[in-house]
Design a protein around this ligand. Structure first.
Ligand code: SF4
Ligand code: MG
Length: 329
């Protein structure tokens, strides 16, 4: 709730703080147990920073992160370490995230050791089991990361997150670094695991086509803000935010009867160190109005459980620039 992560920009001989990169700027959302919440947006929109902040792998600048009734931001290091058993992450790059000098056996037993799970023999058995669960032969535990393909390494990354029996996994673009031919295998595996173990995923991707199949709900981020949040069906069938519309018009629809309005964006994503005033999307929005340049649109419920931050849907007489995402409950 109200999650912010600002990175200071320093300048001059005294390295004074001259500004901030507002990587995540007042983002609020909920994740329900057992669901897959997709989060999409272009690179630099703050989606990975959001995901890592939730696990406090990056310390948020402001906001509350509630997990099973506890405010994660107020936990001591020791409490946080325990909590991480329930909240795991799968990283984007399966090459960088596995230590090349360690055998898979060691890489996968490490989280068990950290959380004091099992005897040495039990851990060895568990490593073999988890490898089988992610579709690799158990005896591969004696190999090194370089002996695996990219897809296999990501299976190992998934196994490492899964081995401690987490409840929530932040999946930070887990297929972006893989060949397109491998992506669907890994997506199918992740979907099977989610169902089999009743996992909750926050599934981050830069491409709407990646999250379409797996997500129950989808949030769209732009320049550090959540601009739309809706059920999968609602987002695809009736995207409200012009940015979502533009992302969707770039995704080919397999159904030839679906004709989407092509929304072409002008220019590049502005710098998050100097975001545009008002609606930060106004510099690229084909539907921008005068009000968009000066007034920040509220993230509000435009339809049943369909949230959007855009003046096209602002209710008359509403105070601008307030987050009323939570006021309905
Ligand atoms: Fe476009 Fe204005 Fe809506 Fe922003 S608030 S998305 S500029 S119409
Ligand atoms: Mg599912």
């Amino acid at each position: 709730k109200g999650l912010k992560k600002y990175f200071p920009i320093t300048g001059g001989v005294f390295a004074k703080r001259v500004g901030d990169v507002k990587a995540v700027d007042d983002v609020s959302f909920e994740v329900y147990e057992g669901e897959v919440l997709g989060i999409v947006g272009e690179s630099g929109c703050g989606k990975s920073t959001t995901g890592k902040s939730l696990l406090r792998l990056i310390e948020p600048s402001a906001g509350e992160i509630e997990f099973e009734g506890k405010d994660v931001t107020k936990l001591s290091n020791e409490e946080m370490r325990k909590m991480r058993r329930d909240m795991q992450i799968i990283f984007q790059d399966p090459y960088a995230s596995l230590n090349p000098r360690h055998k898979i056996e060691k890489i996968l037993s490490e989280p068990l050791i950290v959380h004091g799970i099992g005897t040495k023999a039990e851990r060895k058995k568990k490593v073999q089991e988890i490898l089988e669960i992610v579709g690799l032969p158990g005896e591969m535990a004696s190999r090194y990361p370089h002996q695996f393909s990219g897809g296999q390494r990501q299976r190992i990354g998934i196994a490492r997150a899964l081995i401690v029996n987490p409840k929530l996994i932040v999946c930070d673009e887990p297929v972006s670094a893989l060949d397109v031919s491998i992506q669907s295998q890994i997506l199918n595996l992740m979907e099977d695991l989610q169902e089999k173990f009743g996992l909750t995923y926050i599934f981050i991707a830069h491409d709407l086509s990646v999250v379409k199949h797996i997500s129950d709900r989808i949030g769209v981020m732009y320049l550090g803000k959540m601009v739309e949040l809706a059920s999968n069906e609602a987002l695809y069938e009736e995207p409200l935010h012009p940015y979502t519309q533009s992302l969707l018009s770039a995704v080919p629809d397999p159904d030839p009867d679906v004709r989407r309005e092509r929304v072409i964006l002008q220019g590049d994503v502005p710098s998050p160190s100097n975001p545009p005033s008002g609606c930060t999307f106004h510099t690229r929005c084909p539907k921008a109005m005068d009000v968009c340049k000066s007034v920040v649109p509220t993230f509000q419920e435009a339809k049943d459980s369909h949230f959007v931050a855009c003046h096209l849907y602002t209710k008359e007489g509403q105070e601008p620039a307030t987050t009323d995402y939570y006021s309905k409950s």
